[in-house]
Design a protein around this ligand. Structure first.
Ligand code: SF4
Length: 232
């Protein structure tokens, strides 16, 4: 079994955070009306994609009735529709649809994960839960970082967590790191490896319904990532 497969299994069985442990199971009991006949995953959700990505996409946490239901990150909810549609347009996914584990979705040169692996109430993990889960983020990072050229952080939480991750691993920002805003970016370097961190507003309904994030804005972030990879 590959180390990443072992890690995914370990993550899926983690019970370190009592509140989140209870919440993800509660979500599976109090199912949404439209998913009454679905069997919910109701466990931590591991990363998805290739094991040696050039692009890493970091989100906040699984959706209560999306990834917490389907068992694959950003799958089965509107945020996932936005994410994989944009990745498909940029050539990072073989299809736009992300419905469930059997939909045939495959990523090209890319991996998607969340900083916290369990669905939290109101999408707000506590600082203790965040810190508990950074253990898994660091472990996964060590396994997949070798060929990375770009990280897209979806939302300010993911932006902060990725900066922490990069700096704790010895990467240094070449210039002053800007504040989080859509399309903000920072180039990090460690020895010969350079990684461009790009910020994007999260494709949550809160942002997409209000047009804070539009489809062209989101597509542009993936075009920037593509350009960075092509020039690396
Ligand atoms: S949030 Fe992370 S550390 Fe906490 S129970 Fe879930 S997988 Fe484990």
């Amino acid at each position: 079994m590959s180390s990443l497969k072992v890690l995914n299994d370990e993550i899926s069985n983690c019970t370190k955070c009592p509140r989140l442990n209870a919440w993800r199971k509660e979500g599976a009991i109090k199912k949404r009306k439209s998913y009454q006949d679905h069997h919910y995953w109701a466990r931590p959700v591991p990363g998805f994609g290739v094991s040696n990505p050039k692009l890493l996409v970091v989100g906040l946490a699984p959706g209560a009735h999306g990834a917490n239901r389907t068992g694959r990150i950003f799958t089965g909810d509107r945020s996932g529709d936005w994410l994989y549609r944009a990745m498909h347009k940029a050539g990072f996914a073989n299809q736009a649809a992300s419905i469930d584990l059997k939909d045939g979705l495959k990523l090209n040169d890319a991996r998607v994960l969340t900083a916290v692996r369990c669905a939290p109430p109101d999408n707000k993990p506590t600082t203790i839960e965040r810190d508990n889960c950074s253990y898994w983020l660091e472990k996964e990072w060590k396994l997949i970082k070798k060929d990375l050229h770009c990280v897209i952080a979806l939302g300010s939480f993911a932006w902060q967590e990725t900066i922490k991750l990069l700096t704790s691993d010895g990467f240094e920002a070449i210039k002053k790191i800007p504040k989080f805003k859509h399309e903000a970016s920072a180039l990090f370097q460690k020895k010969k490896q350079k990684i461009l961190l790009i910020a994007s507003y999260h494709p949550s309904q809160q942002n997409t319904f209000t047009k804070r994030l539009t489809e062209p804005m989101f597509d542009r972030v993936f075009t920037l990532a593509k350009r960075q990879i092509a020039n690396s």
